[in-house]
Design a protein around this ligand. Structure first.
Ligand code: NAD
Length: 469
């Protein structure tokens, strides 16, 4: 379906929210979503909805973020379709009851079992930077788990939010999945409802608002937040590989990636070669410059453009590469900045844009100390060096996930759970982890009546019974 399908952004009427939520809750209580066949049908319909609307999604991602067509297919359309294929292939296996492991014969008579039960009616709140994947990814997990879902896409990517609403309303059971579009007032109204789980992707600041609100009703949350992701390049690294791979980590979506490296710590000796290789790779990737390339995204809006520009205005570092920008197009070149220390504004705040700060370090030990002082629990970590060096870094700096010899490749493996740790988030999803995050593992035993004489030792009076245990 073509771009003509993209409707102007329209927020959902706040008065309609309670009815929408109650409808989804009633569907859940009616047991509609529990059978495997129902879940598979909804997931397959979603697959075809995404497939049929692929052109509209390409256009909406272009409108929202200037996202290159290749990136929209790779990280949005095909990403979600592949996730659905993987989930539908495995769902029956995941839904099966599990027998309790390693139990004594006497306990096995009670048939101790873990049932996989859907949590109920859940709220998914998405971020703007991957406007398809970050909204529909958790929805895939929720449907697979047998939940009903209300999705609140990011209003910062409004064109895609409208296409997603169309897909959901045309392809899915409206009593099972609903989309509420809007910003803070609509999200606040949604948060005033009682949910069985809230799945939130976005900034740590808003994540704190969500977590506090959820705590009032003891609602469980998954929080997928950002982080000040460190990258390490030791003297034993391959400067060409490190440059190409970390550059890719910044150029994708013009650096608007939660896992993107926020700063790169480079050992002194290898710095000139690394910078040289960055220049070579940039020329190779964008022979006619980034501004003239179809393969480079734009900053999502003026507010974010100004936010990133302010960081560049305030840095005490020296621009080594790039620096060109054009506010009229929200265009910002990849800009490599050599910073003096880890207190620089481009290091201590999440950039979420195409700035690449480089910090020179004397040793791996000092790089590790710096990483742990900037942010003790980043979302991602990227280390280039010898095996012993990268192992040391992995051991001594924690993070939600890590890619050795690469930028955030771990985030693209469909069977690897994706999530943060500490301040970069809690909980995880993708593939089986998406099913698990919306599933309650319910332990159940059934005690046969005939066992009474075997278990009556538990009843008082206890006198003399310890000896029989
Ligand atoms: P954001 O926190 O501004 O918005 C996320 C969602 O929260 C949106 O749907 C928005 O409408 C809603 N929201 C905003 N303010 C709110 C408020 N006051 N009350 C209730 N809801 C509110 O985040 P963003 O700018 O869309 O995304 C960027 C951030 O998200 C970055 O920090 C990035 O690292 C993080 N992120 C994390 C992941 C991950 O998987 N860990 C993925 C993408 C982005």
């Amino acid at each position: 379906m073509g771009a003509s399908k993209i409707m102007p952004f329209e927020a959902t009427a706040i008065e309609s929210i309670p009815d929408t939520v109650n409808r989804c809750k009633a569907t859940f209580r009616a047991q509609t979503t529990k059978p495997l066949s129902y879940r598979l049908t909804q997931l397959r319909k979603l697959y075809w909805g995404i497939n049929d609307y692929a052109d509209a999604l390409v256009e909406s991602c272009k409108q929202d973020l200037g996202k290159p067509v290749f990136e929209t297919f790779m990280a949005e359309v095909d990403w979600c379709k592949n996730d659905i294929v993987f989930v539908t292939k495995n769902l029956e296996k995941w839904m099966k009851d599990e027998a309790a492991p390693d139990i004594a014969f006497s306990n096995s008579l009670l048939n101790p079992t873990i049932r996989k039960e859907p949590l109920g009616t859940v709220l998914v709140i998405g971020a703007y930077n991957f406007p398809v994947q970050l909204q529909l990814g958790p929805v895939i997990g929720a449907i697979a788990a047998g939940c009903t879902v209300v999705l609140k896409p990011s209003e910062v990517s409004p064109a895609t939010a409208m296409v997603i609403k169309n897909i959901v309303e045309q392809y899915l059971d409206p009593d099972c999945v609903a989309v509420v579009n809007g910003g803070v007032p609509e999200t606040t109204a949604l948060l005033n409802e009682k949910w069985d789980k809230i799945f939130y992707t976005g900034s740590a600041g808003v994540g704190t608002i969500i977590a506090k609100k959820a705590a009032e009703t003891l609602t469980p949350v998954t929080l997928e937040l950002g982080g000040l992701n460190p990258a390490f390049i030791t003297n034993n690294a391959d400067p060409r590989l490190a440059a190409r791979r970390l550059l890719w980590g910044k150029l994708l979506n013009a650096g608007q990636v939660c896992m993107s490296e926020n700063y790169i710590m480079v050992e002194k000796e290898i710095l000139p070669q690394f910078v040289e290789q960055l220049k070579i790779a940039l020329k190779e990737f964008y022979p006619n410059g980034q501004r003239n390339s179809e393969d480079y995204a734009r900053i999502v809006n003026k507010r974010h453009f100004q936010r990133i520009k302010k960081m560049l205005d305030e840095t005490r570092g020296k621009i080594l590469i790039g620096g060109e920008m054009d506010e009229s197009q929200n265009f910002m070149e990849i800009t490599v900045v050599l910073v003096e220390d880890e207190h620089d504004p481009v290091v201590v705040d999440e950039i979420f844009g195409p700035i690449m700060p480089i910090l020179v370090v004397d040793s791996i030990e000092s790089a590790i100390r710096t990483a742990n002082s900037v942010h003790s629990t980043p979302l991602g970590l990227y280390a280039f060096g010898s095996k012993a060096e990268t192992s040391k870094i992995l051991n001594e700096v924690t993070s939600g996930g890590a890619s050795i010899n690469d930028a955030y490749y771990h985030g693209s493996i469909p069977t690897l759970a994706f999530g943060g740790v500490g301040n970069s988030g809690q909980g995880a999803y993708r593939g089986k982890a998406s099913f698990d995050t919306f599933t309650h593992r319910r332990s159940v035993t059934t005690t046969p009546g005939w066992m009474e004489s075997l278990i009556d030792v538990r009843y008082p009076p206890y006198a003399g019974k310890l000896a029989k245990m």
